[in-house]
Design a protein. Structure first.
Length: 158
């Protein structure tokens, strides 16, 4: 069912209510889920961040809710912005231990069938870190070409 689209009849509404919430996906390293996105929602996490929840219907008809609270998974979902009706695949590939076992990062591979990130450069050069200021790229003090050579090579297309 498409988001923001009216139900075709009241039985569709009743069916969705009767189904209740999809079971949460709790993957181990190597686990993968592939299916069609049927719902997109979110909730406020314990650190006052927004946690996306993507409900996926597998080929066998079962629905699973993927709570995207791990940073790598959440960032990839926010980059790709999967839509209802699209086929998505998510695989938990590894857990990297950091700071001598005090912290770990859960790594996921996420693909949306038939497309990639809409604008892969959209978030580059910006940061959410407090006090971060964008900086201009460093300027070279040495010219790339001798000025005499530049006059001879004037057929450069840009």
């Amino acid at each position: 069912m498409q988001e923001n689209q009216p139900y075709s009849n009241l039985q569709d509404v009743q069916k969705e209510i009767d189904e209740g919430f999809a079971e949460g996906w709790r993957p181990e390293v190597g686990d993968m889920i592939v299916g069609v996105v049927t719902d997109i929602s979110s909730y406020e996490g314990k650190f006052q961040d927004i946690v996306p929840v993507i409900t996926i219907e597998r080929d066998d008809g079962t629905k699973v809710a993927v709570h995207c609270y791990h940073t790598v998974l959440k960032n990839r979902i926010l980059e790709l912005k999967p839509n209802i009706g699209e086929t998505i695949g998510i695989k938990k590939t590894e857990i990297k231990e950091l700071e001598e076992g005090k912290r770990s990062i859960h790594i996921y591979n996420v693909k949306v069938k038939g497309r990639g990130i809409a604008d892969p450069y959209a978030n580059m050069g910006t940061s959410t870190r407090p006090g971060f200021r964008e900086q201009a790229p460093p300027q070279s003090k040495t010219p790339l070409v001798d000025s005499a050579e530049a006059e001879e090579d004037d057929d450069i297309p840009f």
